[in-house]
Design a protein around this ligand. Sequence first.
Ligand SMILES: NC(=O)c1ccc[n+]([C@@H]2O[C@H](COP(=O)([O-])OP(=O)(O)OC[C@H]3O[C@@H](n4cnc5c(N)ncnc54)[C@H](O)[C@@H]3O)[C@@H](O)[C@H]2O)c1
Length: 299
Amino acid sequence: MTVNTIMVVGSGTMGSGIAYVAAVGGYNVIVNDINKEALDRAEDKINSSFETGIKRGKISTEDAEKAKSSIQYITDLKSGAARADFVIEAVPEIISIKKETFEKLDQYTNPEAILATNTSTMSPTEIGSFTKRPDKVIAMHFFNPVPKMKLIEVIKGLETSKETTTIVKEVAEKMGKETVFVNEYPGFVTSRISALVGNEAFNMLMEGVGTAEEIDKAIELGLNYPMGPFKLGDLVGLDVRLRNLQYLHETLGETYRPSPLLVKYVKAGRLGVKTGKGVYDYEDTEIEKKVDRTHQLTT
Ligand SMILES: NC(=O)c1ccc[n+]([C@@H]2O[C@H](COP(=O)([O-])OP(=O)(O)OC[C@H]3O[C@@H](n4cnc5c(N)ncnc54)[C@H](O)[C@@H]3O)[C@@H](O)[C@H]2O)c1
């Protein structure tokens, strides 16, 4: 099967980045969101990614214009799905929303279309079971910010076919990405390790091992991580972090029990950069600058 048109469902942080790399990769792109304002924000963000790309010499003005004109923004899932031969879902990490989305996609797309999920933790086998084509369902786990981060972690479900993995590899390469193919297990490789490191840091803070700044500095300079676990957590969103940990705790057991301090921060509404306060206070411009400078993050 030749992939010409990619539809991205959910145009938030991840969906907008995925749409951008798909357009730069030469695909016709349909971006869908149930929320018109989110769709408008995505369009602004994608257009500014093109401007940055041109300024940094990563893409010519001509190619950027061509790629930009290949993107369509729509709120109607049905009409977009009917034209797509490859779909990447990036709706919130809530199983009921994923289920409803995949049931609809299964109904509206050509039966040959591949349906990929950008889930951070969930089972592509379970997501595949919401459709009548589990052989064509797979997880493509992108990293934030998508235009910068090189990797797509690809996770096969129990029924995912060889043909599907081959096509996914081709699509990822056209998007300029490296891939790792892993077998399904909760949290895959990256989300499982990242959640654990972040949780351990919260436990250390709770135990009084050090301040947040000291723990972040130790991990950055001593272990050569590009970003300390608290800065990363604040950027990802502590609520998102907690949700991932709760899922890993349910599926993998005690090792992943969320730190009581993380739970307390979320209860207080201290969710990180997005609420202006998380572990750090973002009125502190120095930390905000640091966070801006460091772009590597993942949930
Ligand atoms: N944020 C990250 O760093 C990151 C990294 C890797 C993977 N992920 C995963 O990517 C997915 C999306 O995360 P995000 O951070 O982009 O979320 P987000 O909240 O920024 O965006 C989600 C978008 O989906 C839209 N939406 C909600 N219900 C919808 C529906 N039924 N149909 C169409 N659109 C719908 C929302 O309006 C919103 O614009 C999640 O599964 C998340 O776990 C996130």
